[in-house]
Design a protein around this ligand. Structure first.
Ligand code: PLP
Length: 242
C-alpha cells in the first residue's frame, strides 16, 4: 500500500470512528439500542478503493445514487459481498441493472418503477427490498426549492400496496430526505408517523431510512433504522455537472 493509500485509509477510519460515536451518542440520548441502527456508507463520486477501505473497517452496507457509477463499483468489489443500497432517483430503464446488484432500493417513488423493479428482479431470480420514498418538502410540491423526490405523504400507502403486490419485491418501509429548510426533527417526525401507519398494514415494513451527515441525530431521535452517510465519512464531494 502506498503512502497516500494508507493516509486515505487512516482518514476514512478516523471519520468512521467519529460517525459511529455520533450514532452511539444519539442512540443513548434517544434510549435506543445502536444495534437497531444501520449505517449505510454513501460512496457516490468516490472510488472502489474507498469501498474496500470501508469494508476493511467493518462497513457492510454501501449506498449509491447513480446506476452508471454504482454498477461498475459493485462489480469491482463483488468479492466483498457487500449489501448495496440504491438511494437516488431511478429511471425505469435502469431497473434491470439496479436489480442485478442492489439489495435495497430506497427511492421508489411511483407505481411504474415498482412494476419495473418487480419484473426485473423476478427475471434475475433475485429479491429486492423496496422503500417508499416520501417527499417531506411541505408546500413546495411545484418545487420552489426544487423537489427532493418522493411521493406526497398522502399517496404513500397506495404506493406501498403497489410494491407489496410484486412477487419479487419486499416492502421494507419508508425513506426520506429532510427538506432544505426547516427543522429536520419535525420533518422526520412526520415520516415516523407515516412509517407507523404503513407498518400497521404491513408488519414487516420496519425500515425507516432517514438521516444524512448533517442530520443523523434528528433521524435517530425520530426512529430511523437506516442512516445514509456520505461526506462525514469520505469528505466533501466535487459538484457533479450535468
Ligand atoms: C448523497 C446522499 C446521501 C449522503 O449525504 P451526505 O450529506 O453526504 O451524508 C444520503 N442520501 C441520498 C439520497 C444521497 O443522494
Amino acid at each position: 500500500m502506498s503512502h497516500t493509500d494508507s493516509a486515505r485509509a487512516e482518514q476514512i477510519r478516523a471519520n468512521l470512528r467519529v460517525a459511529r460515536d455520533r450514532i452511539e451518542t444519539a442512540c443513548d440520548k434517544a434510549g435506543r439500542d445502536p444495534a437497531e441502527v444501520t449505517m449505510i456508507a454513501v460512496t457516490k463520486t468516490y472510488p472502489a478503493e474507498d469501498v474496500r477501505i470501508l469494508a476493511s473497517s467493518g462497513v457492510t452496507d454501501i449506498g449509491e445514487n447513480r446506476d452508471q457509477e454504482a454498477a461498475p463499483k459493485a462489480a469491482e468489489t463483488a468479492d466483498l459481498e457487500l449489501t448495496w443500497h440504491f438511494v437516488g432517483q431511478l429511471q425505469t430503464n435502469k431497473a434491470r441493472s439496479v436489480a442485478s446488484y442492489a439489495s435495497v432500493v430506497h427511492s421508489v417513488d411511483r407505481a411504474r418503477l415498482a412494476r419495473a423493479l418487480g419484473t426485473r428482479a423476478e427475471a434475475a431470480g433475485r429479491r429486492l427490498t423496496c422503500l417508499v420514498q416520501v417527499n417531506l418538502d411541505e408546500g413546495s410540491k411545484a418545487g420552489v426549492l426544487g423537489p427532493r423526490g418522493g411521493v406526497d405523504p398522502a399517496d404513500a400507502l397506495e404506493l406501498a400496496a403497489r410494491i407489496d403486490e410484486q412477487e419479487a419485491l419486499d416492502l421494507g418501509g419508508v425513506m426520506a430526505v429532510a427538506p432544505l429548510e426547516g427543522d429536520p426533527s419535525t420533518a422526520f417526525g412526520r415520516l415516523e408517523v407515516l412509517a407507523d401507519r404503513i407498518r400497521d398494514r404491513y408488519p414487516r415494513a420496519t425500515m425507516i431510512s432517514a438521516g444524512m451527515s448533517t442530520d443523523l441525530e434528528a433521524a435517530v431521535e425520530r426512529g430511523a433504522t437506516h442512516l445514509r452517510i456520505g461526506t462525514a465519512l469520505l469528505g466533501d464531494r466535487e459538484p457533479i455537472v450535468g
